[in-house]
Unconditional design. Structure first.
Length: 304
């Protein structure tokens, strides 16, 4: 099985909570900001961000957390709540002796990043939200879609699930994709999570609505908008960016753009962190997107 480049992993003991698994890269320059990477639902830190690890590692320290029940994340009998995942992340930051972070949250990681900034504001220097929204329950169609969540459990426990997953990954990547050598690793990593906790996380997302409180966070913000996203509607992503007064980078991709167009995702993520940290990037050293085309990634600023 071929593995991508991964930074060192370690277990962080959180008093009264459990043991959290993290990837921790420390830049040789201790003055560089630390980025906290918060992954999406059903994923792990590696699955979500491995295509951006090397670009971030060149310029920043970072910590990538596996949320409870996801990947190698802590196991607990407590029902999954987004607020608890945010408190887990805060505990990791404190245990590692990090004073503040730029929190980057993809999909479900966006709500966790917002809760982190709300509940532990002293730890959060800035926020980057990616392919996420203020809520996913506004329309009748969205509420009905969440009701089908109960079908996910039997599917994940089915004997046919590994075969289906293998087929889905290879179909997504296609025959000549640069990530195809990692397909076996992607499949194995996807199956690490605890099925019950993942289902509970889905129910927590179905109830999530940050519209009443997200506007009070008052943190510098960036937003990655996936313009062809069929899971999180782009109009909802833009509504969140507007509320946060975020610097926006738009990427022409669907919800799995970190896999579908990894170089473009990496470039956009680094660009947003650069903007919030104040680092001046060197264009000559920036990675080129896959199949570069005009309009692939667009940067702007949203003012509420």
């Amino acid at each position: 099985m071929r593995l991508p480049w991964l930074p060192p992993g370690r277990t962080v003991r959180l008093e009264g909570r459990g043991e959290a698994f993290v990837r921790w890269h420390q830049h040789e320059d201790p003055t560089r900001p630390t980025v906290l990477l918060l992954h999406g639902w059903t994923a792990s830190a590696d699955l979500q961000f491995f295509t951006a690890y090397e670009a971030l590692a060149e310029h920043y320290s970072f910590v990538a957390v596996d949320h409870r029940g996801h990947g190698r994340g802590l196991r607990t009998s407590t029902v999954f709540q987004l607020e608890d995942a945010a408190d887990d992340a805060a505990g990791v930051v404190r245990e590692l002796g990090i004073s503040e972070v730029i929190a980057v949250g993809y999909s479900m990681g966006g709500p966790i990043a917002l809760h982190l900034a709300d509940r532990h504001p002293e730890l959060v220097r800035a926020i980057v939200v990616q392919a996420t929204a203020l809520e996913w329950r506004e329309t009748r169609h969205e509420r009905l879609r969440w009701k089908t969540l109960r079908l996910l459990g039997p599917m994940m426990r089915s004997w046919a699930y590994p075969t289906w997953l293998r087929f889905a990954i290879r179909r997504l990547l296609g025959a000549d994709h640069e990530l195809l050598p990692y397909a076996a690793w992607l499949e194995a990593e996807t199956r690490r999570g605890d099925n019950l906790t993942i289902l509970q996380a889905g129910r927590a997302l179905s109830r999530y609505d940050a519209r009443p409180w997200a506007g009070r966070l008052e943190r510098p913000a960036g937003a990655l908008i996936t313009t062809h996203d069929r899971l999180v509607q782009p109009r909802k992503q833009r509504a969140l960016a507007e509320l946060l007064r975020a610097h926006v980078v738009e990427v022409d991709g669907d919800h799995l753009v970190p896999w579908e167009r990894p170089r473009l995702f990496s470039d956009a993520t680094l660009s947003l962190v650069d903007h919030l940290s104040g680092r001046r990037p060197s264009p000559a050293r920036r990675p080129e997107p896959l199949e570069p085309a005009a309009g692939d990634a667009r940067s702007s600023h949203v003012d509420a």
